[in-house]
Design a protein around this ligand. Structure first.
Ligand code: SF4
Length: 360
């Protein structure tokens, strides 16, 4: 259909009939639909997967095991170059202390996220993850690294992605998140993170992770200088990858925090975030779980439940975003009350006891 002929009624009908919208239709919606119209469509697609008032959450922490990194992304306020003052690597005992604190607070999900540290060999990671699995069993689950770190480690160890994924699996790893994707266009990566691998490599690595029988997720970060077309390209690549692999357990979009970074900038408002969340829910019709980001938007993120999201984390720590201006509240009851006031019934989602995937 000629894009000049697109109307809200026609797109509405496609969605009401269980259909899929095209990139042109997504662009049209972003440029023409009101927030109420986007909300209406997003909640229709949400309804294909979830009952209207349901939502789930987890209490989790991100452990930033090292801040030493050679990638030099210009939007990052967290890293230190090798040898630079303030660089650190956590000892295993420090990691255990953080895991024990999380369990004491009722949480059971940990996400490891550090830098591309040339002094840490693959064995550091495999030993750490094996020891955590031995010590904690299924009492907690961990997202071992992001895909970006996974790629660096594979390169550094001179191993292909399939072998690296198998090494992690043998060490007790079950999940590697889709973190480090930010905006998945080659142009964006050249502008902001030219040492952080190409989009093609990103998906190649994620495919190897899925093929090894590990689980993974999709992520996206908005609010840099990305264009609408770049956002649409990211969503389109993600949907296509999911059509091919069915390996993405969820999609999480958070927002760039611009404080103390090289490129600076201004944070986007909640209205823009909610519009994007709704558009993502409508477009990603093959990913059941859409997550809204309390980490970067605090309790206002929960408004996203009414714009298509169905899941969120209650984080207790993430140095990467905190260094760039994120603030974290441990008053879980207040945050959960926001969801309840919006008409949702939050239920704790235990990743640790969720069924584990079989090898594809
Ligand atoms: S965003 Fe990650 S990869 Fe990029 S500089 Fe920061 S720590 Fe390194």
């Amino acid at each position: 259909m000629n894009t000049a002929e697109l109307t809200f009624e026609q797109i509405h009908q496609t969605i009401a009939q269980g259909g899929r919208i095209s990139r042109d239709e997504a662009r049209w919606l972003w440029q023409n639909a009101s927030i109420a119209e986007l909300c209406d469509l997003a909640m229709q697609v949400r309804g294909r997967f979830h009952t209207p008032h349901s939502c789930t959450y987890m209490i989790m922490r991100i452990i930033n095991y090292t801040n030493v990194c050679v990638a030099q992304c210009d939007y990052c306020a967290f890293y230190r170059l090798p040898g630079q003052e303030g660089g650190y690597v956590m000892k295993q005992e420090e990691v255990y202390t953080k895991l024990d604190e999380l369990l004491a607070l009722g949480g059971d999900l940990v996400s490891f996220n550090g830098g591309f540290n040339p002094h840490l060999p693959l064995d550091y990671y495999c030993n750490l993850f094996r020891n955590i699995r031995d010590r904690y069993g299924d009492r907690l689950e961990f997202y071992a690294l992001t895909i970006a770190e996974f790629m660096y480690l594979a390169d550094h160890a001179k191993l292909d992605y399939a072998t690296t994924a198998q090494r992690f699996k043998d060490a007790g790893v079950r999940w590697i998140t889709g973190g480090g994707s930010e905006i998945l266009t080659e142009d964006f990566r050249k502008r902001h993170s030219k040492f952080k691998y190409t989009v093609a490599q990103y998906f190649e690595a994620q495919r190897a992770i899925i093929d090894a029988g590990l689980r993974t997720t999709a992520t996206m970060v908005i609010g840099f200088d990305e264009t609408l077309e770049e956002r649409l390209e990211h969503l389109e690549r993600t949907r296509q990858f999911q059509d091919e692999t069915h390996g993405l357990a969820s999609f999480l979009c958070w927002t760039y925090k611009p404080y103390f970074t090289q490129i600076g900038g201004i944070e986007i408002g909640n209205g823009e975030y909610l519009r994007h969340l709704a558009l993502s829910r409508i477009f990603l019709d093959n990913i059941p779980r859409i997550r809204t980001s309390v980490l970067t938007r605090n309790e206002r993120a929960l408004e996203g439940l009414a714009y298509g999201a169905d899941d969120f984390d209650l984080p207790i720590e993430d140095e990467v975003t905190q260094k760039a201006g994120a603030t974290i509240s441990l008053d879980f009851d207040s945050i959960l009350n926001v969801a309840k006031e919006l008409g949702f019934t939050p239920e704790y989602r235990h990743v640790a006891t969720a069924p584990q995937p079989s090898t594809r």
